[in-house]
Design a protein around this ligand. Structure first.
Ligand SMILES: CC(=O)SCCNC(=O)CCNC(=O)[C@H](O)C(C)(C)COP(=O)(O)OP(=O)(O)OC[C@H]1O[C@@H](n2cnc3c(N)ncnc32)[C@H](O)[C@@H]1OP(=O)(O)O
Ligand SMILES: O=C([O-])CC(=O)C(=O)O
Length: 377
């Protein structure tokens, strides 16, 4: 028999799964057709044909830039790459024992505290702040990676494009064009993905009329977790633990028997595979062919097919990106900060969209605690 209380009980959408909370004109994820578009363009086409600067412009403006618009955009981006002295000193003081995601989170928070117009949230002000964060983040991530290696930072170049400049600041040279293109594709693929957890965190903060730096800081915190952006690091640690392709299946079975999550697999929205994986998997293969290191691709294939056989669960974007970044030469702990460098575009596009059509985000909960009672006398 259904009780009156059960009839009245609201349906709980744990983790907001399946709940549509707002509209967005920035990107569209269609799990049924395995497609993802940014402002109407298929992400695969953007990854194949566009620079990351063009995609950033597209996400913010809704249209791809003309040549003249791109020239102005690029000039502005390059002019904003440098960190100031006080940011450099701050970055040197953050303990190396902390995760590099803590460094980018702190750096963005500090940028906010330095901005005399921190609380100015007009569309123009927010666009300017977004552009600055976009331009300066690679300098911060590269300097932190080098610091942990005991190396001095390399100043940004005004001559190089976004991807080449970042790689140069990390490694002291621009690597082979295969690496540059694979890296740039990863930037395009990571840039935007509708109401994922970190973007939603940014929108929640924005909805209270807080400032853009606070919203991005919250988003960085959300991305750090291993169920979200942190998975790209976890994938590589797992692959290193597996070590050899012939050990992959036993490793996987032990994980599944222990009811542990296999990092880099599964997705809240895609249940038939992540639309971005084929493009990134191809980039991974190209990087492996260049470096001559087949081990990670072999472990990849073993895990992918055994996971499909045992659970039907497919890889997400973090699965090919982890080993690709490793072979490009990045330190594993910097993988998620690199994701931040890309997703700053999507986050800030959403922050501006939320601010332009705001409603405080405040869902309801159903109380499950002790019924009301009196204080002891
Ligand atoms: C860029 C990104 O953020 S992509 C996501 C990166 N995150 C990861 O790779 C972490 C590993 N994956 C996961 O934890 C999950 O797939 C998530 C969190 C991403 C999405 O999961 P949800 O939609 O919340 O589904 P949920 O976690 O409830 O899983 C549903 C079922 O599939 C299983 N499952 C889902 N993903 C995995 C996985 N990676 N390994 C093992 N089992 C899994 C769950 O155990 C659960 O099984 P059950 O019904 O028997 O309990
Ligand atoms: O959409 C999600 O839930 C996670 C994801 O793939 C992303 O943020 O790129």
């Amino acid at each position: 028999m259904t009780t009156a209380a059960a009839v009245d009980a609201p349906k709980i959408h744990k983790g907001l799964a399946g709940v549509v909370v707002d509209t967005t004109a920035i990107s569209k994820v269609v799990p049924e057709t395995n497609s993802l578009t940014y402002r109407g363009y298929a992400v695969q086409d953007l990854a194949a044909q566009c620079s990351f600067e063009q995609v950033a412009y597209l996400l913010w403006h809704g249209e791809l830039p003309t040549e003249a618009e791109l020239a102005r955009f690029t000039e502005h981006e390059r002019a904003n790459r440098r960190t100031d002295r006080s940011t450099q000193l701050l970055l040197q003081r953050i303990p190396e024992s902390c995760h590099p995601m803590d460094v980018v989170r702190t750096a963005i928070s500090y940028l906010g505290s330095e901005d005399p117009d921190e609380d100015l949230s007009t569309p123009t002000a927010n666009y300017e702040k977004s552009s600055r964060m976009f331009a300066v983040l690679p300098t911060i991530v590269a300097a932190d990676m080098r610091r942990r290696r005991g190396q001095d930072p390399i100043a940004p170049s005004l001559e190089l494009g976004y991807a080449e400049n970042f790689l140069n600041m990390c490694f002291g040279e621009v690597p082979d064009p295969v690496i540059v293109r694979a890296f740039e594709k990863s930037m395009v693929l990571y840039a935007e993905h509708s109401f994922n957890a970190s973007t939603f965190a940014a929108r929640v903060v924005t909805s209270t009329q807080s400032d853009i730096y606070s919203a991005v800081t919250a988003a960085i915190g959300a991305l750090k977790g291993s169920l979200h952006g942190g998975a790209n690091e976890a994938v590589m640690y797992d692959m290193i633990e597996i070590d050899r392709p012939e050990r992959a299946i036993d490793w996987l079975d032990a994980k599944l028997d222990a009811k542990e999550k296999v990092m880099g697999f599964g997705h809240r929205v895609y249940k038939r595979g992540d639309s971005r994986v084929p493009t990134m998997q191809q980039a991974l293969i190209e990087v492996a062919e260049l470096t001559g290191e087949n081990r990670w691709c072999e472990i990849y294939s073993e895990l992918e097919s055994a996971m499909a056989e045992r659970t039907g669960i497919k890889p997400n974007l973090d699965f090919p990106t982890g080993p690709a970044y490793h072979m490009m030469g990045f330190d594993i702990a910097s993988f998620t900060p690199i994701f931040v460098m890309s997703r700053i575009t999507g986050w800030t596009a959403h922050i501006m969209e939320q601010a332009a059509s705001n409603a405080l985000i405040r869902p309801l909960s159903q109380y499950s605690g002790t019924p009301q009672r009196s204080l002891p006398v």
